[in-house]
Design a protein around this ligand. Structure first.
Ligand SMILES: *Cc1c(COP(=O)(O)O)cnc(C)c1O
Length: 391
């Protein structure tokens, strides 16, 4: 038996958080109470009406299909709810063949490259950025060209930096606003530039809207599909995970360019069997009531954001309060030579608080660390007290 790992697995980048994880385990072993602020996974419950709809539909004996493969018994109401939501929220009209339901965005982001990339092709991904863009590309045998995001440019990519051969060989361009991990947001004019760049170069724009509903201070995140003619060159990934505290439910959707949507659907049909029908029906409830359900969720994050920013402010950080995402992105303090792994290690050893080193998201994330706001207020308060004492 030869269980040497395939080239595609061996090509995955080293897991930069491994050492921190090992240190966390060691600290816990020594009896230290370690608080983790590392993971972006909402602590609060899914809203009641969504849970109620799941319970109702899974017990609905008049529906003979409630337990079956989701791909064979799709809830017709879900694409319709997606149409209404996109119209209401972004002013974007979608035809039914521009919509595909996904089992969360991560799954779909990893599958899309399988539909369109051949070995040797290029996909352009932001750096620092969400690792799954590169993982899907690597699994497809293709190559990622990283496009840096810099604080000095508001963490928006500069397409002029791309070498000529990358523009001609690239088939996909990933963008993600509100952005994980930098918390940057973009306005509609950025999407106009991105759509124009992609049209000019024959590239599919892949817009990851994972945090479009997690916004504060009245900021409303735009959609790339709202740009005139964007659907010719754009596919957009929306997820219910972060917006509705539904990470474990695994439901989202991709919308936009018809061929792109059809390609993703073909990969899905060959790999998974779709999402449980009662979860599809509960997703309809979430989308139909989005405005009402999301406001109280964001109020919690905004309060936590202010709590963390205030503590960091007292300790000498000046951080613009983020207008989106569930994170705080902060520079490593003086004395660590900008080494985010060293700082995270120090904070863990001296304060028992684990934060995410920015370099884990790519070289241009070095010099920063990320705090997630998906922890109860009292945990964040304790963590901030410990941080203040440790510095
Ligand atoms: C969390 C996250 C996702 C995907 O979440 P799913 O639960 O898979 O829908 C996608 N993109 C970014 C940037 C994320 O942070």
């Amino acid at each position: 038996m030869n269980l040497d790992r395939s080239n595609r697995l061996q090509k995955l980048p080293p897991y930069l958080f491994a050492e921190l994880r090992r240190k966390m385990a060691a600290a816990r072993e020594r009896g230290m109470d370690v608080i983790t602020l590392g993971i972006g996974d909402p602590d609060s419950a899914t809203p009641d009406p969504v849970i109620a709809e799941l319970c109702r539909t899974i017990r609905d004996e008049t529906d003979p299909n409630r337990h079956r493969y989701g791909c064979d018994v799709p809830a017709e109401a879900l694409p319709v709810a997606i149409q209404h939501f996109y119209q209401r929220r972004f002013g974007v009209s979608l035809d039914l063949d521009q919509i595909v339901v996904t089992m969360g965005s991560k799954d779909a982001i990893a599958k899309l490259p399988m539909a369109f990339l051949n070995p040797g092709d290029i996909a352009i991904s932001p750096e620092p950025g969400y690792p799954t863009y590169n993982i899907g590309t690597t699994f497809a045998g293709a190559v990622t060209h990283y496009l840096p995001l810099r604080a000095s440019q508001g963490y928006l990519p500069d397409f002029d930096e791309l070498p000529r051969n990358v523009r001609t060989q690239a088939k996909l361009l990933w963008v993600n606003y509100p952005n994980n991990p930098t918390t940057a947001v973009c306005d509609a004019s950025f999407y106009e530039r991105a759509v124009a760049f992609c049209r000019e170069n024959g590239i599919l724009l892949c817009s990851d809207l994972a945090y479009s509903e997690n916004t504060f201070d009245g900021f409303v995140a735009p959609s790339a599909l709202a740009v005139d003619g964007a659907a010719e060159t754009t596919i957009e990934f929306f997820s219910l995970s972060k917006a509705f505290n539904m990470t474990g439910w695994r439901v989202g959707f991709a919308v936009g360019n018809k061929e792109a949507v059809a390609g993703l659907r073909t990969v899905q049909e060959n790999v998974d069997n779709g999402q449980l029908r009662p979860i599809q029906l509960a997703a309809v409830t979430a989308l139909d009531q989005a405005e009402r359900l999301i406001a109280p969720i964001n109020a919690i994050y905004q309060r936590r954001r202010d709590l963390v920013i205030e503590t960091l402010g007292k300790l000498g950080w000046t951080i613009e309060p983020p207008r989106g995402t569930l994170y705080i992105w902060a520079p490593v303090p003086d004395g660590f030579a900008g080494d985010s792994i060293k700082f995270a290690g120090h904070l863990l050893e001296t304060a028992g608080v684990a934060v995410t080193p920015g370099v884990g998201y790519g070289a241009h994330g070095e010099g920063y660390f990320r705090i997630s706001l998906t922890y109860p207020d009292d945990v964040l308060v304790t963590a901030m007290d410990r941080l203040a004492k440790a510095l």
